[in-house]
Design a protein around this ligand. Sequence first.
Ligand SMILES: Cc1cc2nc3c(=O)[nH]c(=O)nc-3n(C[C@H](O)[C@H](O)[C@H](O)COP(=O)(O)OP(=O)(O)OC[C@H]3O[C@@H](n4cnc5c(N)ncnc54)[C@H](O)[C@@H]3O)c2cc1C
Length: 299
Amino acid sequence: MKTDVVIIGGSFAGLSAAMQLVRGRRSVVVVDANSPRNRFAKESHGVFCLDGKTPVEIRATALAQLRSYPTFRLTEDTAVDVAQTKEGFSVTLANGIQYHAQKLILASGITDQLPDIPGVKEHWGKSVIHCPYCHGYELQNRALGVLATSEMSFHQAAMIPDWGTTTLFTQGQYTPDDAVFDHLHRRGVSIENTAIVRVVGDGEHIQRVELSDGRQIAIKGLYLVPKVTITSPLVAKLNLERVETPMGTCIKVDELKESSTAGIFVAGDLSNPMQSGTFAIASGTMAGVAAHRALIFNH
Ligand SMILES: Cc1cc2nc3c(=O)[nH]c(=O)nc-3n(C[C@H](O)[C@H](O)[C@H](O)COP(=O)(O)OP(=O)(O)OC[C@H]3O[C@@H](n4cnc5c(N)ncnc54)[C@H](O)[C@@H]3O)c2cc1C
């Protein structure tokens, strides 16, 4: 089946890209496995006009609006193969359908690798969180922890006192240098070097953490910086240039969100070092406009 553009990933970035293209009267197929990164959270916060909406509501609203455009098509499936062709790109889905497009937009997101500590996964997106702008307000004025996963955790620990009393758990693995230590001290951050071995709660709210020496420390929210990885085999197959950032690996793009391969645009967390719904929407919008422009100017 032929279309102007195939977009892999139908969340904040992919659906924003689609909106620009269908308004440009181009045919677009969005292939989406419906597994957005924020699916673990009950509500999404801090996104203009969408504060407090659930991830399901946000997707449904976006799709309802897109479906009023005749050139929009959503296929709920997984793209399992992608190849460059003479005309552009072919994308094969798990159900065997193949789409042929002139331009390709990748908006398939990233994967969070969480520390392997019992209780972390169970509370992820609820009271074990990474982004204070997303969920910090809901956990304000409580005892809070920051679980160190890299040197970025010092930066995170210095921020969190704006939301509540903060303890940095270094796990005995990360030692702030003198300047960082002084800054954390001035910010009122306590430092605990004994490792957390378990996070205890009811699956939504955490109550405490258990340390390896048997002590229990009561906290109501635990921040951590997850290791962000690109796990998509399709992205690997396309062999696009990558860039290392303090936040993890991203696909390298120019200011128009075009990757190192002409005709492939990359949007959302996959290409953004700063990651949020809003940044994904902005980059998806840019990728959609740029792909439309490329359909006109670069064949
Ligand atoms: C727990 C948690 C809570 C968060 N809360 C907030 C918040 O409150 N506010 C905020 O602004 N940000 C929040 N974020 C960040 C936000 O979720 C991301 O920045 C945003 O989802 C990125 O959007 P995206 O479109 O790039 O990717 P995603 O939302 O991750 O969407 C990628 C989509 O691509 C699909 N996909 C992947 N591979 C394929 C394939 N091969 N074929 C078909 N489909 C595929 C996936 O199924 C998914 O639907 C949160 C993140 C986490 C982890």
